[in-house]
Design a protein around this ligand. Structure first.
Ligand code: KIV
Length: 287
């Protein structure tokens, strides 16, 4: 249950910096459709991320790279219908912001106009800095993402923690400051050593949202399917599972299948009756 009084309407984007300023933690979770967006809203979550992790959790790919604009627009549109109060941020899929500023603006504007999201998220620094300036200049709020950036996991040597040497940690701090200067309103830090995330968080005025980046970040994000246990097998070490819904859902489906096969479902109360005289007429006409 949320302990913070909720805003009546949409959480203002500027409120995130206020939360950081007041030392109140920001809660972010991914969601990919209307029911998950609605549940996150009901639970008092501050920010809903339509992550390109959907390529794996929802679409069954083995990385985030295959997510397309059309995939993400469909999911973001449905999520935004459900998540009314939280800020809704959509991940720009790989290839939709790497080519040019014009391309990035065109795609980001589609998210805002066609899907009704409040902001977009882009990964990395370097060329992304220029894109961020262009997107913010076009009026689209941008969340940054540093550390383990899954769209470039191959170049990073796989899904592993980043910034574990003094030189790489310094680079992360420099990139974070550059993204803030480029206009990002918040920054995801993924799989970054706790003291490095703490140093970055202290150096920025904008909030940091950690995933595998320790408790000093201004907020935390987890993937919906991870925190709810919607799959079996091991989770990454930074995940805390708050439920085992995969096990529960499978058990419910097995009970349903058994009931259908045994005839226990549907029972009389699941069916519809008709007036006796209409039934008599119907039977007379069809025998
Ligand atoms: O796609 C995603 O779910 C993300 C989070 C892990 C931050 O980018």
């Amino acid at each position: 249950m949320s302990t913070r009084p909720l805003t009546a309407g949409k959480l203002p984007l500027t409120e995130l910096a206020e939360l950081k300023h007041r030392g109140e933690r920001i809660v972010m979770v991914t969601a990919y459709d209307y029911p998950s967006g609605r549940l996150a809203d009901d639970a008092g979550v501050d920010v809903v991320l339509v992550g390109d992790s959907a390529a794996m959790t929802v679409l069954g790919h083995d990385s985030t790279v295959p997510a397309t604009m059309e995939d993400m627009l469909l999911l973001a549109r449905a999520t935004a219908r459900g998540a009314v109060r939280p800020l809704v941020v959509a991940d720009m899929p790989f290839g939709t912001y790497q080519v040019s500023d014009e391309d990035a603006i065109r795609n980001a504007v589609r998210f805002v106009k066609e899907a009704g999201v409040d902001a977009v998220k882009v990964e990395g620094a370097g060329p992304t800095l220029h894109r961020t300036v262009a997107l913010v200049g076009a009026g689209v709020p941008v969340m940054g993402h540093l550390g383990l950036t899954p769209q470039s996991a191959t170049m990073l040597g796989g899904y592993r923690a980043q910034g574990r040497t003094a030189r790489r940690a310094q680079q992360l701090l420099d990139d974070a400051l550059a993204l803030e200067a480029a206009g990002c309103f918040a920054l995801v830090l993924e799989c970054v050593p706790t003291p490095v995330a703490e140093r970055i968080t202290g150096a920025l005025a904008i909030p940091t949202i950690g995933i595998g980046a320790g408790a000093a970040c201004d907020g935390q994000v987890l993937v919906f399917h991870d925190l709810l246990g919607l799959y079996e097998g091991r989770s990454p070490r930074f995940v805390k599972r708050y439920a085992e819904l995969g096990v529960e859902i499978r058990a419910a489906l097995e009970r349903y299948a058994a009931d259908v096969r045994s005839g226990a479902f549907p029972a009389e109360e699941h069916g519809y009756a008709m007036p006796q005289e209409e039934l008599t007429l119907f039977r007379a006409a069809t025998t």
